[in-house]
Design a binder for this molecule. Structure first.
Ligand code: EPZ
Length: 427
């Protein structure tokens, strides 16, 4: 297993090219199951999760070819051609689903296209229980029948899916995506109310429209879909990664650096940039993206995670690392997942002063962090340890970095290009 070694304490400066968003790319890839024709996605990030999704889609019968730069670890290329003329197998097996919960995103498309699907029930994970009841209830309202057996969700829709009005009792990104994809091939009109408004959903909707779907209400909390008999080929560029943007913005802020994030889109990270400005960080919109710089002191600011357009839960751990060196205190409240504080004991090993009270953590800023051996527990927790390592005095050795490789493309190369002393060690 690889480790990452960081010798911290250097302000970062330079340019970071923001990649396509993992969380947009995964549902977009699953959308290939909705049509007999080819779907081409460009601006695809090189990530382990992208390879896992590609493996899953091949298992269902998709022919997949990648083009562009090849990743070092057999990761995906820059553009991908996904073509599923026939669905050869409707089972998403445990071996793949346990590696990546987003595998549940094949449920809606498989069911809508073939009238059946069998998907291993994703278990809980390091950040919470993460049930999929909203996906199942929504698809049931479109006429599917479900049966749980041997750890699998079995779904059938012998008479096809039929449009309905679905009101989500709580906002879910994945359930919105599954229902949106399924509704595109359902008979008649489907209204989805109280949907998630994350930009990755808008990106999926745009791609589905390019494939011939009829969807209105993009960017609002209600999506209306007119079902079609079939969808067709399309080419679509994956939206830029707002979580990667926020992570590098915080790296610049924490190290007292100056980084331009090219390809970053300001409208996707307004809530994050507002908090950075409040914390004393300079943020400017440039021709190519966003420039983040800090010269003065960092100030403690309170943050609550919320569905988009609020502050994203996927940047909560990184914000905690940032606040760990601020003047004063910060209260960070996690409102999306019940157990997303696994990074805190690791940050404490580096000298951070953080206490957790229920759904909130109280971060009292310290003058210095000190490098230590730490362990990555999930994707965004790992990113917070990288940030802390960049700012800490001395050496930080992060183990279990496969978590980082699930969601950050070439993180050590991007940081090294901005002057970080960071190296991947192959054990
Ligand atoms: C997506 O997960 C992202 N993953 C997550 O990113 C992100 O943290 C999350 O949205 C919230 O923004 C992908 O897009 C692949 P949800 P998802 O359904 O869709 C509860 C990362 O680090 N819920 O919006 O699984 C759920 O337990 C990852 O990149 C139900 O109760 O998130 C959670 O508390 C991690 N029943 C809340 O809703 C359901 O059926 C929001 O989850 C579904 C969800």
């Amino acid at each position: 297993m690889d480790k990452i070694r960081i010798r911290g304490g250097k302000p970062l400066s330079g340019t970071v090219q923001i990649s396509g968003a993992k969380n947009a790319a995964l549902p977009l890839m699953a959308a290939c199951l909705l049509t007999e024709e080819a779907l081409v996605l460009t601006n695809l990030p090189h990530l382990a999760d992208i390879s896992t999704m590609a493996n899953l889609l091949s298992q269902h019968g998709a022919n997949i070819s990648m083009a562009g730069e090849a990743g070092d670890n057999g990761h995906a290329g820059r553009s991908i051609n996904l073509h599923a003329p026939r669905i050869t197998d409707t089972t998403a097996p445990y071996e793949l689903v346990r590696r990546m919960r987003a595998s549940i995103l094949v449920l809606g498309p498989l069911l809508a296209r073939t009238g059946e699907a069998r998907v291993s029930l994703p278990g809980g994970c390091a950040i919470g229980a993460r049930p999929v009841d909203l996906h199942i209830k929504g698809l049931t309202q479109l006429g599917a029948e479900f049966e749980m057996a041997e750890g699998y969700i079995g779904a059938t829709a012998p008479n096809g899916l039929k449009g309905a009005h679905i009101v989500f009792p709580m906002v879910s990104v994945g359930a919105t995506e599954n229902l949106l994809m399924a509704a595109c091939l359902a008979e008649g009109e489907t209204t989805l109310s109280n949907v998630a408004r994350e930009p990755e959903i808008g990106d999926l909707a745009e791609c589905l429209i390019a494939m011939g779907a009829e969807i209105s209400g993009i960017g609002t909390d209600t999506l209306v879909v007119q079902g079609k008999k079939s969808l067709h080929s399309a080419e679509h560029a994956v939206v830029s990664d707002r979580i990667e943007t926020g992570t590098y913005a915080m790296a610049a802020a924490l190290t007292g650096g100056d980084i331009e994030l090219t390809g970053a889109r300001v409208e996707l990270v307004e809530a994050v940039l507002d908090k950075l400005r409040e914390a004393g960080v300079d943020v400017d919109v440039t021709d190519k993206g966003i420039r983040v710089k800090r010269e003065g002191a960092l100030r403690g600011v309170d943050v609550m995670t919320e569905p988009f357009p609020g502050f994203p839960t996927d940047l909560q751990a990184q914000m905690t690392a940032l606040m760990s060196m601020a003047d004063g205190a910060a209260m960070i409240t996690e409102s999306i997942f019940e157990n997303r504080f696994m990074h805190i004991p690791e940050l404490a090993r580096m000298g951070a002063n953080v206490t957790v009270h229920g759904a909130s953590s109280l971060v009292r800023g310290v003058d210095t962090l000190v490098g230590a051996p730490v362990m990555a527990t999930d994707l965004r927790a790992s990113a917070s340890l990288v940030l802390a390592g960049l700012a800490a005095k001395g050496e930080t050795m992060i183990s279990r970095v496969y978590h980082i490789d699930r969601g950050y493309e070439r993180i050590e190369e991007k940081l090294a290009a901005c002057g970080a002393d960071i190296e991947r060690l192959d054990e």
